[in-house]
Ligand binder design. Structure first.
Ligand SMILES: Cc1cc2nc3c(=O)[nH]c(=O)nc-3n(C[C@H](O)[C@H](O)[C@H](O)COP(=O)(O)O)c2cc1C
Ligand code: SF4
Length: 580
């Protein structure tokens, strides 16, 4: 074990508690895990309480306070990975290493663990080894990998040798097909004053691409109303299962992204910009620093104080207020709102948080003008958007499509194979029955079917309940536990779903699933709990017959005496009998 003192390991970092995640990463990289002694030393160094450090370590999936193996292997548990064979890959690892998932080998060389979607659904099954992605895994690759690691081969070299380097497969490109002119974008930004920039973005009709679709220009306008200093933050947390479009944009269009952030900084008169990168994309960190350094020649970029903050694994941190907490070096728990970040964001300063794709599009708008952007899309959903398409399709990958495209057209583009179900927008999005022709005429747009970019296709070979249970388990695992409706409610929903799936459901269980869904949606603090029950509600609407079939063929002969009305009477008092 590395005996270096904490102060030596972190000497390159400023003495700033908001950088706590960076400190913890540095210590963990050097020592393998963060010991009680490390915590003690770090607390002294940063002049903060040890408990503050402990609560941060325990919040994030990828910080360890105990030995975790010289090589920590994390297997992607998304439904796409499951369908692509991650369970078989897990068995191969288990047999080759002689451990079960969740354990470490006796010599502490390998640890085998599970994790949520790692953003590689176009290249499943995939795993992270010491945060380096290994994609398109096969039995042979795993066996070779273990042999090579045991004899001391270098991890990054192995990734290349085994053909495990993530690729960005782009199948359709509308806006990005014409060359983007960096100099023109920079020039236009310098000529325009802040209010003109905001007007240009408002006129373009650009709405946020992170999911909620808030009008970008309006957000910036609101932020300007509050006295500075103001802050620009890019949300590159991309945790929604099945989404990987930001991974692509960060890889291929980082220059546009940084310009988009610089344009936003000029618009709100800010000198501080932060890019929050999910831990699963650690491998992109050097590339992003390289691009940013190269851009320092442009005064537009140079006048800003930049920081790229690496996350540490937590889906909920994608929620903007949780992201700000994490950026401040804390547990990534959502804040109570209002106040919204535009008023009180990073360290209490007025802050705009925008998605990676939103900033990339801002660069395009400033280059070509708002009319050119408005040419694409629909009335309420201007422009184009990137879809991450995965599942039972012949061409998984990235698709740049205009808003307003019909589901049928998307299925044709990606070569869907006898589709049964489409999950638009990830588990928190909407479940669509692909065998109903009228459903396929629906349009991806804020007017009809909004999406944060995830587009998963499931063929008739797939079992819908297996998919739904995977989604519900994801929310159970990722709830931060701060509020009871989400922490307990998702467990209840998961258990009730299991009861129905296992053939023990009774007619009132379907009613109960609906009621609990409404309670969780209406009483949760943040978007995670507000949307997780959509797994149940939208699938019940899309496939009522599969639920009914489970009830009709129920094996349950038990009549429970449980008085559901009495048990939920408190909720009824608060929300009214119908929960609508
Ligand atoms: C649980 C949860 C996870 C989220 N994850 C992300 C994410 O990974 N990336 C993102 O841009 N927005 C995510 N959001 C939405 C953000 O809160 C926020 O609306 C968005 O970053 C704003 O950027 P935009 O206006 O450009 O879309 C998430 C929201 C919730 C509730
Ligand atoms: S809704 Fe869930 S994730 Fe959001 S604050 Fe409450 S417990 Fe945490």
């Amino acid at each position: 074990m590395n005996k270096k003192s904490v102060s030596k390991i972190v000497r390159h970092l400023p003495r700033d508690p908001t950088r706590l995640l960076d400190y913890l990463w540095a210590i963990q990289r050097a020592k393998g895990f963060i010991s009680p002694l490390d915590i003690f030393e770090l607390a002294k160094l940063l002049k903060i309480d040890e408990s503050r450090i402990k609560e941060v370590i325990t919040f994030y999936h990828f910080f360890f306070d105990k030995p975790h193996g010289e090589f920590s292997i994390f297997l992607d548990q998304s439904i796409i990975a499951k369908h692509a064979g991650i369970d078989l890959i897990e068995k191969v690892f288990e047999e080759a290493l002689g451990v079960k998932s969740g354990q470490m080998t006796d010599d502490w060389q390998f640890g085998l663990y599970k994790t949520s979607c790692i953003g590689m659904s176009d290249q499943a099954p995939a795993a992270l080894i010491n945060m380096i992605p290994f994609v398109n895994l096969t039995t042979d690759k795993v066996l070779t990998l273990i042999t090579c690691l045991k004899r001391g081969d270098e991890l990054l070299k192995l990734q290349k040798d085994l053909d495990c380097v993530p690729q960005n497969t782009v199948h359709q490109s509308l806006v990005t097909q014409d060359q983007w002119d960096q100099d023109i974008t920079s020039l236009h930004t310098q000529i325009l004053n802040p209010q003109d920039i905001i007007q240009e973005i408002i006129s373009s009709g650009l709405r946020g691409r992170g999911g909620a679709g808030f009008p970008t220009g309006k957000k910036w306008q609101l932020c300007r109303q509050y006295p500075g200093p103001r802050v620009v933050v890019c949300n590159a947390d991309e945790g929604e299962p099945g989404t990987f479009k930001d991974r692509y944009l960060l890889t291929e269009h980082a220059t546009k992204l940084f310009y988009g952030m610089a344009i936003a900084a000029k618009a709100i008169e800010s000198q501080e910009a932060y890019l929050y990168l999910r831990a699963e994309y650690t491998y992109l960190l050097d590339h992003l620093h390289f691009v940013l350094t190269k851009l320092q020649r442009d005064p537009l970029i140079r006048q800003i104080k930049w920081r790229i903050q690496l996350g540490a694994g937590a889906y909920v941190v994608g929620e903007e207020s949780a992201l700000l907490e994490s950026l401040e070096g804390k547990r990534g728990e959502p804040r109570l709102r209002p106040p919204f970040p535009v008023e009180k964001g990073y360290l209490g300063k007025p802050t705009i948080v925008n998605n990676v794709e939103t900033f990339v599009l801002v660069s395009k708008v400033l280059e070509k003008g708002f009319e050119s952007f408005r040419k694409w899309g629909t009335d309420q959903s201007a422009g184009v958007r990137w879809l991450s398409i995965s599942g039972d399709v012949s061409k998984p990958g990235l698709y740049e499509v205009p808003w307003g495209i019909r589901l049928r057209e998307v299925l044709e583009l990606c070569g869907a194979q006898s589709p049964l179900m489409i999950q638009v927008g990830g588990p928190s999005g909407e479940c669509i029955n692909a065998t109903i022709l009228s459903e396929l005429e629906r349009k991806l747009s804020f007017e009809d079917l909004p999406t944060g970019g995830s587009f998963m296709v499931f063929s008739k070979e797939r079992d819908i309940f297996t998919i739904l249970q995977n989604f519900m388990q994801f929310f159970v695992d990722e709830s931060c536990g701060n509020c009871t409706p989400c922490r307990a409610g998702n467990v209840v929903l998961n258990n009730q779903l299991k009861k129905v799936v296992d053939g023990h459901g009774r007619p009132q269980d379907l009613m109960s699933l609906t009621q609990w869904s409404h309670v969780v949606m209406k009483t949760s603090r943040c978007g995670l709990g507000m949307s997780s029950p959509r797994v149940i509600t939208t699938s019940m609407k899309a496939f009522p017959e599969i639920y009914q079939h489970k009830i009709d063929s129920s094996k349950s002969s038990l009549i429970f005496d449980f008085d559901e009305q009495k048990a939920t009477s408190d909720y009824d008092k608060i929300f009214g009998e119908n929960h609508e």
